[in-house]
Ligand binder design. Sequence first.
Ligand SMILES: [Zn+2]
Length: 69
Amino acid sequence: MAKKKSLKGLGARYGIKIRKQYTKVHLTLKEKRICPECGSKQFTRDAVGIWSCKKCNFKIAGTAYDIKL
Ligand SMILES: [Zn+2]
């Protein structure tokens, strides 16, 4: 009985953690970014690890879900 309970608890915690990470990643991806070159807000992720500005074509390497400046 006790074993079943603890297993259930772990499963729930694991699920919440994954869901929280997923939400965080999505919010980071959708976040509006400002181009460090021209200041335009059309700075988005081009591909995994590559971020580019749609206005001036400035490209920067970052992480998969965020930019590192
Ligand atoms: Zn730009």
